[in-house]
Design a binder for this molecule. Structure first.
Ligand code: FAD
Length: 387
């Protein structure tokens, strides 16, 4: 196996690192203050516009999108390094387009949808959301009950979705719904493209989450869609949805590596300077072990992420590896950030350092896109040959 970055990919990673260091990290005080006031972390249009302009000029858009719709078609291996760099800041900025829905669209769109949805998405003209979770179906999406029924060539959606990120802002939402109750996840769940403002796609409430995030509860009430809004084949929505989830899980692994690395760097910078009982913290064995253990765990996690990305680039099955990474990376980063917070004492408990926001992001990640317990179960089921 060889997952060394090419010279060009390394240069790109360095470019993203510079963008994060010079453009995103300087915005952190504003983001931290906004979150501390309960207003969330999202950037304002005024803050976002110059970032969009610059990142586009630098050629950082559409990195993993297909070339024929204007992307750079980078392999997964290259995306690990890029996402690691982006993970080092709590300023919430995604280089357009966000990869998970991109991957789902890439394996499902027909030629018309390619023009109407995929191409503008790759060009960064639209943002998207995905609605899978329901009040009664989260960790087990196969038990969803939202239905889509065909009526005179149209689809009529009814049901309830919850915890949907960006549902109110997205130009379109990919909504998962049951089209054949008897088949469940094996041929009975389909994906639909629902444009913003579609009648019957009703936002019920905005839910404040930890980490300055917001999600939405959505009611689908006789939401009528033209037949052309079916995404992929009828009843075959579950597998592309898993492609999407795997993409996010691997991306989360890389973000966790970035967050843990930033926390470790902060610890290494601070520990030699802070003196207690006449001795710098860096000379205490406790701190030295925290630093050594953090570096070891980060190294292990980085190798896991690059290896899985390389396997994915070879078109190999990485379902188990992706579950392992989601669990290992989120728990690793949680522990490293916690040790960094402890090293900083009271300063680590403030809302003035990015550490507590990282901790909240990681805490969310241990639940969304599959809770850790379910991923452990996935790994164990395969090893124990259970169905
Ligand atoms: C910040 C955030 C953003 C989100 N964004 C989206 C989004 O954009 N779109 C979307 O569709 N959803 C989204 N979600 C929802 C998320 O994917 C679900 O919360 C997640 O899948 C878990 O579902 P649940 O909350 O219903 O938990 P449940 O399914 O009720 O599970 C609760 C707990 O039970 C345990 N558990 C469950 N099953 C098992 C098992 N088999 N073995 C052992 N233990 C188990 C786990 O500890 C789990 O945490 C988001 C969630 C968060 C927190």
């Amino acid at each position: 196996m060889d997952f060394a970055l090419s010279e060009e990919q390394q240069m790109l990673k360095d470019l993203v690192a510079r963008f994060v260091r010079e453009e995103l990290i300087p915005l952190e005080p504003v983001v931290l203050e906004r979150e501390a006031c309960g207003k969330g972390t999202a950037l304002t249009p005024e803050e976002r516009a110059p970032l969009d302009k610059l990142s586009r000029q630098l050629g950082l858009w559409g990195l993993d999108a297909p070339e024929d719709v204007g992307g750079a078609d980078l392999p997964e291996v290259a995306m690990i390094g890029i996402n690691e760099e982006l993970g080092k800041t709590v300023t919430p900025y995604v280089l357009p387009p966000d990869s998970p829905n991109l991957r789902m669209l890439m394996v499902t769109v027909n030629p018309d949808q390619r023009e109407q949805y995929l191409a503008p998405y790759v060009r960064g003209e639209t943002i998207s959301a995905i609605a899978i979770s329901e009040p009664g179906a989260g960790a087990d999406p196969s038990s969803m009950t939202t239905t889509a029924v065909k009526e005179n060539g149209e689809w009529v959606l009814n049901g309830r979705k919850i915890w949907i990120s960006r549902a109110a802002e997205a130009d379109f939402t990919i909504v998962m719904a049951v089209t054949d109750k008897t088949k469940g996840a094996r041929g009975g769940i389909s994906a639909f493209l629902v444009d913003k403002g579609t009648r019957g796609f009703n936002i019920l409430r905005k839910i404040p989450m930890i980490g300055g995030a917001f999600t939405y509860e959505v009611a689908l009430e006789d939401c009528r869609l033209p037949g052309s809004r079916l995404l992929g084949a009828e009843g075959q929505g579950f597998a592309p949805m898993q492609v999407r989830l795997s993409t996010r899980r691997l991306q989360m692994g890389a973000w966790c590596i970035g967050m843990a690395q930033r926390a470790l760097d902060m610890m290494c910078e601070y520990a030699p300077r802070r003196v207690t009982f006449g001795v710098p913290l860096a000379e205490r064995q406790t701190i030295q072990w925290w630093v050594a253990d953090a570096a070891t765990q980060i190294h292990a996690c980085r190798l896991m992420a690059y290896h899985a990305a390389w396997k994915l680039d070879q078109k190999q099955d990485v379902r188990s590896e992706v579950s392992m990474i989601k669990v290992f990376a989120t728990e690793m980063a949680w522990e490293v950030v916690d040790k960094a917070m402890q090293t900083f004492g009271a300063m680590g408990m403030t809302k003035e350092t990015p550490l507590q926001l990282m901790a909240s992001h990681i805490r969310n990640m241990r639940v969304y896109d599959g809770p850790s317990e379910v991923h452990r179960w996935v790994v164990a089921r395969k090893l124990l040959r259970l169905r």
